[in-house]
Ligand binder design. Structure first.
Ligand SMILES: Nc1ncnc2c1ncn2[C@@H]1O[C@H](COP(=O)(O)OP(=O)(O)OP(=O)(O)O)[C@@H](O)[C@H]1O
Length: 262
C-alpha cells in the first residue's frame, strides 16, 4: 500500500512534512511547491535526474537553506527557517554527498566529536565525568550500529573509502537522530562496498526514519518503501516501489531510455 497517499494514513506517524516548499535561486526555481510527508520508521527515497532539486530539497529540510516560501513541520510543529544546528538537535541527522570525516582521528574519536557537538542541552549539566561517559557510550553505540566496532581505534584516513562513508553515517548516528537524511551514501563506491552499505542501510531502515537520495536504482528499490520522483524541482510522482516502477510518467521522464546515464 502506498502510505504516502493512503486515506487512512495515521497522522501521528508523520514525523516530517513540507507544505508548498519552494526555493528559488534568482530566476531558477530549484524546488517548486513540494508537498512531502515522511512517516516514522519508513525508508523514503527521493530520486530524479541530475539537477532535479533533490539536494536543494534536503538542504531545506535540514535547515541548510532557508526556503523562499512554504512550510516545514517536525511532528506537527512549524520549524520553517530553523538553522541547521537547531534542526539537528531536534533529531534530524544528515550526511553529505562528500565524505566529511576527520582523517587524522580514529573512528571512535570521530564519533565522539559528533556526539559531543550534539549533546542535548539537558545533558550539558552533567558532571564532566558523567558527560564523558555518556559521550563515549554514544560513540561506541554509533560505531556498533554502523558496523565499525572492529575499526574503533583505526585512524579514519587509513581506512577504505567505503569504510569512511560508513563512519560518516556512524557520526550522524552519534548525534542521536530519529530521522537520517542521507545524500548519496553509495556515491563513488565499488560493487562490494555498495553491497555492504546497502545491508547497513536496510538495518538502519528498521530502526530509524530514512530519507535517502540515491542514484543507484537497484539499491533504492531494495531499501526504500516509498519513492518520490522529482523532475525540474517538482514532484512528478510518489508511491510504493511497485507503483513507481509501473508508472508510465516516471518511465518516460526518468527510468526509461537513458536512465543509466544518471
Ligand atoms: N546554491 C545554489 N545557487 C544557485 N543555484 C543552485 C544552488 N544549488 C543548486 N542550484 C541549482 O538548483 C538546481 C537543483 O540542483 P540540486 O543540486 O538540488 O539538484 P539534484 O537533484 O540534487 O542534482 P544531483 O543529482 O546532480 O545532485 C540546479 O539547477 C542547480 O544548478
Amino acid at each position: 500500500m502506498n502510505s504516502m497517499t493512503s486515506a487512512v494514513l495515521d497522522e501521528s506517524k508523520v514525523v516530517l512534512e513540507t507544505r508548498q516548499l519552494t526555493k528559488s535561486f534568482g530566476g531558477l526555481v530549484a524546488v517548486n511547491s513540494a508537498n512531502y510527508r515522511f512517516i516514522e520508521r519508513q525508508a523514503h527515497a527521493i530520486i530524479g535526474p541530475n539537477g532535479a532539486g533533490k539536494s536543494t530539497f534536503v538542504n531545506l529540510l535540514t535547515g541548510h537553506f532557508p526556503p523562499s516560501s512554504g512550510e516545514i513541520l517536525f511532528k506537527g510543529q512549524r520549524i520553517t527557517g530553523f538553522p541547521a544546528h537547531k534542526v539537528s538537535r531536534l533529531g534530524v541527522g544528515r550526511s553529505y554527498q562528500k565524505t566529511n570525516v576527520f582523517p587524522v582521528f580514529t573512528c571512535f574519536e570521530n564519533c565522539r566529536l559528533a556526539a559531543q557537538a550534539q549533546l542535548p542541552t539537558s545533558m550539558r549539566f552533567l558532571r564532566p565525568a558523567a558527560m564523558y561517559k555518556e559521550v563515549n557510550e554514544r560513540a561506541d553505540w554509533a560505531l556498533e550500529l554502523c558496523g565499525l566496532t572492529s575499526r574503533r581505534d583505526r585512524i579514519a584516513g587509513s581506512m577504505s573509502y567505503g569504510e569512511q562513508r560508513q563512519l560518516e553515517i556512524g557520526m550522524v548516528l552519534a548525534t542521536g537522530p530519529e530521522i537520517l537524511v542521507l545524500d548519496e551514501p553509495l556515491a563513488g563506491m565499488g560493487k562490494e562496498e555498495s553491497e555492504r552499505m546497502v545491508g547497513l542501510l536496510k538495518d538502519l531502515a528498521r530502526r530509524f526514519t530514512l530519507i535517502l537520495i540515491e542514484h543507484d536504482m537497484d539499491a533504492v528499490f531494495s531499501i526504500a518503501e516509498v519513492l518520490t520522483v522529482m523532475v525540474n524541482g517538482t514532484v512528478l510522482e510518489s508511491g510504493s516501489v511497485e507503483a513507481i516502477r509501473a508508472s508510465k510518467a516516471v518511465q518516460d521522464a526518468y527510468l526509461g531510455d537513458g536512465a543509466e546515464a544518471y
